[in-house]
Ligand binder design. Structure first.
Ligand SMILES: Cc1ncc(COP(=O)(O)O)c(C=O)c1O
Length: 369
């Protein structure tokens, strides 16, 4: 029996996407399922997102797009993270939409299309200020001209123009409007040249939830699909989103100890009084962050307990206190209903909830949950 169980509620993903479609208010929804759907399982999460109304799926890596096709997904899929080495012909043959980050990538896409005697669907990516993917504002007109030429030759159709925000999770940050203005300028440059795209897209989860004016034709939520709001809901309802991932273990041993007992390696926790300790057989080899020792909490039978002392490779301890009614075999909720959230763990170990779910998602494969 595994010492840790990472379970994903795919019906929660479906309902989250339904809620996001409502928020999108007319714009189409691309569920971002990169990085194994943020640890939730690429194929299963993709199917759940489709069932919730996502007409698009978005992935960084071309191999993820191909994996979705292999699993039978027939809807629109966009992939965006590669250089000129991309096997564009293979992706075109699988009817996958391709982002173009540079003139060299456009050349590779055109070569792939020629090779397959096909027309590639292309989304031009402009760096409006994130300083990451996309051509610079200065390079955009030249990319646009090159793309128009390739479109005239029948190698590509320019179906999208897109960009990505740097500070969307900080509503009101001045870069959001500044990036939007640069994006609108790029759209205008395309329009001026007679390019009519199918989808203009800029908004991630945070912008989907807070900036209706930036939805354009398509929104690209990721973290919200998995039920983790990137910004607080002013109404206090988590925007109607439900976390999809749960992480649980069980109590392997309950024992009484006296006051002054050092707990776990290095005795960083010392019992202040006679108490009861519970041993949980999950450690950093199972994905439980070592940094969680002494700071993160778990829930047992509806009560929260802080991890006492260091997390070891395959186990950790909690101090149940005096009045505990915990028995061996009881479920220990690290993340999930009635217990801490991924955001709680993120605060405890000094990261963001994105990393928490991606991290536990890797253990999901090891335990086959
Ligand atoms: C290009 C792109 N679009 C959309 C997203 C989704 O972002 P979020 O998970 O913040 O909604 C990501 C994820 O980082 C991304 O890289």
């Amino acid at each position: 029996m595994s010492s840790i169980a990472i379970t994903v509620d795919y019906s929660a993903i479906r309902r989250n996407v339904e809620a996001l479609c409502e928020q999108a208010a007319g714009a189409a929804v691309m569920a971002v399922v990169k990085a194994d759907a943020y640890g939730h399982g690429l194929v299963e999460a993709g199917a759940a997102a489709r069932a919730g109304g996502a007409t698009w799926l978005g992935v960084a890596q071309p191999r993820e797009a191909l994996a979705l096709r292999t699993a039978g997904d027939t809807g629109r899929i966009l992939t965006w993270l590669y250089g000129p080495e991309v096997h564009a012909g293979l992706l075109i043959a699988h009817d996958i939409d391709l982002s173009v980050n540079s003139r060299a990538v456009l050349e590779a896409v055109v070569a792939g299309a020629e090779d397959r005697l096909a027309t590639a669907r292309v989304h031009l990516c402009i760096d409006t200020g994130l300083g990451r993917e996309g051509v610079t504002v200065a390079e955009f007109p030249a990319l646009l001209d090159q793309a128009i030429e390739a479109q005239r030759a029948g190698h590509i159709t320019i179906v999208g123009i897109w960009s990505h925000l740097a500070w969307a999770d900080n509503p009101g940050h001045p870069t959001i409007d500044a990036q939007a203005a640069v994006f609108r300028q790029a759209l205008w440059q395309a329009q001026e040249r007679g390019v009519e795209v199918e989808v203009r897209h800029l908004a991630n989860s945070a912008a989907t939830l807070t900036r209706r004016d930036l939805h354009f034709d398509l929104v690209r939520p990721g973290i919200a699909v998995y039920g983790l709001p990137p910004v607080p809901d002013p109404q206090g309802h988590r925007f109607g989103l439900t976390p999809a991932m749960s992480v649980t273990s069980h109590v392997a041993l309950v024992k009484e100890v006296g006051a002054g007992q050092g707990v776990s390696y290095g005795h960083e926790y010392v019992t202040p009084y006679s108490t009861t300790l519970a041993l949980v057989p999950a450690g950093y080899a199972d994905g439980v962050f070592r940094a969680a020792g002494g700071v993160a909490e778990v829930a047992i039978n509806g009560r929260r307990y802080r991890i006492a002392g260091r997390v070891c490779m395959d186990q950790f301890v909690v101090d149940l206190g005096l009045s505990s009614e915990v028995s061996e075999g009881d479920v220990v909720t690290l993340i999930g209903p009635g217990g801490p959230t991924a955001a709680d763990w993120a605060r405890a170990v000094g990261t963001i909830d994105y990393e928490i779910v991606c991290h536990f998602g890797q253990s999901r494969h090891q335990v086959g949950a």
